[in-house]
Design a protein around this ligand. Structure first.
Ligand code: NAD
Length: 454
């Protein structure tokens, strides 16, 4: 069998590498219009950082895993085509700022139609609005030829930073297909691929629309937990309750569960915000105004939490940060990834620059992306890979990303070289606040009483 994936990004690259690893008899090709990205996949310096990814790619590259820019030829040769192109939020026209921009996805559908001489199973891997598969099917059937296309939905649930672990051992794989003979055959073919390594009982099948909606719903639920605990963190700061104690207490209730209950500067990443906005737009399209407003609030709370963080920094630093050096520790939206898309650090850095602070950004993997995100700010922002150098002469450090390396720095050494009073704003509640306070820092966590010498 020949499997093709269109889109060699954060999803296409790792998922196809895992299929190639687990299905040595299958030839897997990944194509992209971005030639630099394809070249990087073929090199020792992969286009994305993900623990364990290099090893998986190295094991299969040139054996049964191939990267190419020749999209047309790869489509012609494929039996099963995964579409994993980007589906960002629309920035223009109707639904701007909320609806999914389906232009890349539609181009792909037309390209598949133009280059197919044999029957294909087309698998939606990208996250798409509910009922997109119907539009895909209509485009593919518009050729009127003998070639048959069967569209499946197979949303990806991996999380960046743990992609290889998630792919190796997924909680579940979801495959949506049509309840027809051809639909059932296509579903069975895709089930067979995953069954090489995923236990059958974890491979769920459903109708196409449930599958499409489940992906949006999963991201909405995850983000909602973050916004829920962040909403409580504001109340904790006002009442001297401690949000870590509250999340421990509620998380031990097995009906609630302990995961995704860490208060923070908020969620980021390319998916949560875009997928919830997409859900909001869909609800509005179906006239479900109250449902749309409910989910919109999850995004609004996330923005509020970041704005609140900067407001707190200002008020704790005598209502001005103008001319003050502030080190941001971390810029990626979470640890173990270089991805900065929608990272809370972007909004926070911009607001601090607006307040005329001298912002210095440090991150073990995300500095290159940070420079692109903030390129319009020019030399109003500095980039420093060494956290000790970033903090030298600073009035404050703000922890933006929960990278493990920040927990083990020599904070006495850092404190000694900072301006006084030295403040530490822990945007992830990741560090030992009592120890920092003892060194001399004024420590401000999220949803916690301030530990201040002032
Ligand atoms: N990043 C995640 O953690 C994650 C997780 C689950 C689902 N998803 C979803 O998966 C999809 C892809 O996300 P991503 O993070 O991999 O995006 P990405 O931007 O990293 O990768 C998409 C790739 O598609 C390529 N592309 C666009 N149009 C093309 C075309 N016509 N032909 C060939 N290549 C084309 C782009 O050049 C890009 O390299 C999105 O719908 C996203 O919502 C992402």
């Amino acid at each position: 069998m020949n499997i093709l994936c269109i889109g060699a990004g954060y999803v296409g690259g790792p998922t196809m590498a895992m299929i190639a690893l687990k299905c040595p008899e299958v030839k897997v090709t990944v194509v992209d219009i971005n030639a630099a990205r394809i070249a990087a996949w073929q090199s020792d310096s992969l286009p994305i950082y993900e623990p364990g990814l290099q090893e998986v790619v190295r094991a299969c590259l040139g054996r049964n895993l191939f990267f190419s820019t020749d999209v047309d030829a790869a489509i012609a040769a494929a039996d099963m085509i995964f579409v994993s192109v980007n589906t960002p939020t629309k920035t223009f026209g109707q639904g701007a700022g909320r609806a999914a921009d389906l232009q890349y996805w539609e181009k792909t559908a037309r390209q598949i139609l133009a280059n197919s001489k044999t029957d294909k199973i087309v698998v939606e891997k990208s996250t798409l609005p509910v009922r997109t598969a119907a539009a895909m099917q209509r485009i593919l059937d518009s050729g009127g030829g003998d070639v048959k296309f069967e569209v499946l939905s197979n949303p990806e649930f991996l999380a960046e930073g743990t992609a290889i672990k998630d792919l190796q051992n997924p909680d579940r794989v979801l495959i949506g297909g049509h309840d027809t003979d051809a639909g059932r055959r296509a579903v069975a073919a895709l089930v067979d691929v995953y069954a090489h390594w995923v236990p059958r009982e974890r491979i769920l099948t459903s109708n196409v629309w449930s599958s499409e909606l489940s992906k949006l719903a999963a991201n909405a639920f995850l983000a909602q937990r973050v916004s829920s605990i962040n909403a409580l963190s504001a109340l904790c700061e006002a009442t001297e309750a401690d949000v870590c104690e509250v999340s421990r207490a509620i998380g031990m209730d097995s009906r609630i569960g302990a995961k995704f209950l860490n208060a923070s500067v908020g969620f980021g990443g390319s998916c949560f915000k875009k997928d919830i906005l997409n859900l909001v737009y869909l609800c509005e399209t179906y006239g479900l105004t109250e449902v749309a407003a409910y989910w919109q609030q999850v995004v609004s709370m996330n923005d509020y939490q970041q704005d609140r963080f900067v407001r707190n920094m200002l008020s704790r630093m005598f209502n001005t940060v103008s001319g003050k050096r502030i080190a941001l520790f971390g810029f990626a939206f979470k640890k173990d990834t270089g991805d900065t898309r929608e990272s809370p650090a972007i909004r926070i850095a911009r607001q601090l620059v607006e307040e005329r602070a001298q912002v210095v950004i440090s991150d073990p993997k995300a500095l290159a992306n940070a420079k692109v995100d903030l390129r319009d700010l020019g030399d109003r922002v500095q980039y420093e890979s060494d956290p000790y150098a970033a903090a030298e002469g600073a009035h404050a450090i703000a922890l933006m990303t929960e990278w493990d390396c920040y927990a083990t720095l020599d904070y006495q050494r850092i404190y000694d070289r900072m301006m006084k009073p030295a403040s530490f704003f822990d945007g992830r509640n990741r560090l030992d606040h009592a120890a920092l306070y003892q060194i001399g820092f004024n420590v401000y966590g999220i949803g916690k009483t301030a530990l201040s010498h002032l």
